[in-house]
Design a protein around this ligand. Structure first.
Ligand code: MCA
Ligand code: AMP
Length: 488
């Protein structure tokens, strides 16, 4: 990680970031982030792992703020721009954030709960501070907290060190052959590893160029690909789904050529249907390289850049990642074709969940991280079969806890009982659906969806809500979600 800053000093005049018409060099990024760090420090010598929120539009200011927090010895907590007030409230209180770096044009500041008594530092105001001496940071310094959903109702904060982050970056730089000549469009949200590490930090580590395009917009991405010299592209399967729809409509040769000319196209964060893999290859000639990762570990498995890119498979361990499979009885699976949970080890594995020592302990077995993902090894490549827990939903690349949504639904006085599950969906991978029993007959599911959207990010709002007389239950009175799935 700290090498990230040392390297930026070498790349100096090369373009690091492009935003619309503006290009920013590595030197600019270095200097502005030092000034930001100085300002965040005030009269302190070291932020000593103070947690600082980052709620900022995805442009050069995001990168300056992230580096500024890191250089001052703070822990960056990137916050989702689509988070509702109650969601931000959880991140802020759980991480013990007292300051948030934002920007004046970031409308989402309005979602920061007043009750949190937060100090908001607008990047435009703080970047003019004079430079001062900065703390010396070691690799075991804590660097980042990212929130991810799990089998609890509230998202968990995943805490990583500078050493973890550097290990996550260098594994990918080696495996995917990143070089200074690369150029990537950044279209993913910057509160998750896929955007932060794969799209942002890897190219910055090698002196490459990043065009920050804001959120995903299919027409804008196609226009950009047609007219710029991009080399690498990474996205979630839902984005490939939208691109295919667009390419099937358009006859614009420059768009097809733009995609054809990329050296590497990748997909991850959720399963890429083999059908999408094949359609994309037929349209553009590109074989998508699918990989598997997790917030707690960065990227872990990948198809080969110079070898086979097998549809439906996630390949083999990335550099320095150790993987094994264990069956339900906790015994290692050594035969090909046998099913087991993925366990992994390596320098990129996180340090723990924020405020959850018991959950952290339960997530490891003899030093191996228990991913909760089930896989099988076939002809030397791993193939994912799904999650161990039915309560984890992956929609549009976002991980969602069914329990978090149930918790919100139960706040509505008209709802007696509820159960949330995933329904397979061609575009989103899975969509969130809910079954409820009600106290009042006059419930409108559309109104209920609108009510949910006050408390939950848009992708968490149940797309279908079914009102049932009773929920399917086992002899112990527990809802049988596998039976419920058959009703959707
Ligand atoms: C939005 N909509 C949905 C969903 N999300 N419908 C069903 N399910 C959903 N999940 C609806 C909206 O309500 C809206 O409907 C319409 O779709 C367009 O919404 P919008 O938000 O504008 O969609 P979008 O801009 O097209 O965004 C889709 C997206 C985005 C680009 C796929 O969700 C995204 O950037 N996802 C990536 C998340 C990510 O980076 N995950 C990585 C975490 P209406 O039109 O009716 O209003 S995983 C990770 O980091 C690990 C380490 C890893 O392995 O990578
Ligand atoms: P997150 O907690 O948001 O980082 O999501 C991590 C989860 O995404 C993993 O545990 C997997 O369940 C899922 N995931 C990531 N990459 C893939 C992939 N290529 N195929 C299927 N699932 C994936």
């Amino acid at each position: 990680m700290l090498n990230l800053f040392k390297k930026a000093d070498i790349y100096k005049d090369r373009t690091a970031i492009q935003c619309a018409e503006d290009e920013f060099s590595y030197l600019y990024l270095s200097e502005k982030s030092v000034a930001t760090a100085s300002c965040l420090l005030g009269d302190q010598e070291d932020l000593e792992e103070e947690r600082i929120g980052l709620l900022i539009t995805p442009d050069i200011n995001y990168v300056i703020a992230l580096w500024g927090i890191w250089k001052a010895g703070g822990i960056a907590v990137p916050l989702s721009l689509s988070a509702k007030e109650s969601e931000l409230e959880h991140y802020i209180s759980d991480s013990e954030i007292r300051r948030i770096v934002s920007s004046k044009d970031c409308e989402e500041q309005k979602n920061i709960p007043q009750s949190a008594g937060m100090n908001i530092e607008n990047i435009e105001d703080i970047s003019e501070a004079p430079s001062m001496s900065l703390p010396t940071l070691s690799n075991d310094r804590k660097a980042m907290i990212i929130y991810t959903s799990g089998t609890t109702n509230k998202p968990k904060g995943v805490l990583t060190t500078h050493g973890n982050i550097e290990a996550q970056i260098t594994a990918l730089v080696e495996a995917w052959k990143w070089t200074k000549d690369d150029h990537i469009p950044l279209i993913l949200p910057l509160h998750h590893i896929h955007g932060i590490i794969n799209s942002l930090c890897c190219p910055l580590f090698v002196g490459a160029k990043i065009s920050m395009l804001g959120g995903f917009d299919v027409d804008n991405v196609c226009k950009e690909i047609a007219q710029s010299n991009y080399t690498v592209f990474t996205a979630v399967p839902t984005i490939y789904f939208s691109l295919i729809e667009n390419l099937e409509r358009t006859k614009e040769p420059a768009i097809f050529n733009g995609f054809k000319n990329l050296r590497l196209m990748m997909s991850g964060s959720a399963a890429l249907a083999p059908e999408i893999h094949k359609k994309w290859e037929a349209l553009t000639g590109q074989k998508i390289l699918e990989r598997y990762g997790m917030t707690e570990v960065g990227m872990a498995l990948s198809n080969k850049i110079d070898g086979e890119r097998r549809p439906g498979a996630v390949g083999e361990p990335l550099p320095n990642v150790e993987i094994k499979l264990e069956d339900e009885t906790g015994n290692e699976v050594t035969e090909e074709g046998e099913i087991g949970q993925i366990l992994l080890k390596g320098p990129q594995v996180f340090k723990g969940y924020q405020n959850l020592p018991e959950k952290t302990k339960a997530a490891f077995k003899d030093g191996w991280f228990l991913t909760g993902d089930v896989a099988v090894m076939e002809d030397g490549y791993y193939r994912l079969l799904g999650r161990e827990s039915i309560d984890i939903i992956k929609s549009g690349g976002y991980k969602i806890s069914a329990l978090e949504i149930e918790d919100v639904l139960l706040k509505n006085e008209n709802i007696k009982e509820c159960a949330v599950i995933a329904k397979n969906d061609e575009k989103w991978g899975e969509i969130v659906v809910a079954a409820i029993t009600v106290n009042s007959d006059s419930i409108e599911t559309k109104e209920l969806q609108e009510w949910c959207s006050k408390y939950l990010s848009g992708y968490k709002v149940p797309r279908i809500i079914k009102v049932l007389d009773q929920l399917p239950k086992n002899a112990m009175g527990k809802v049988t979600k596998s039976d419920l799935k058959k009703l959707f």
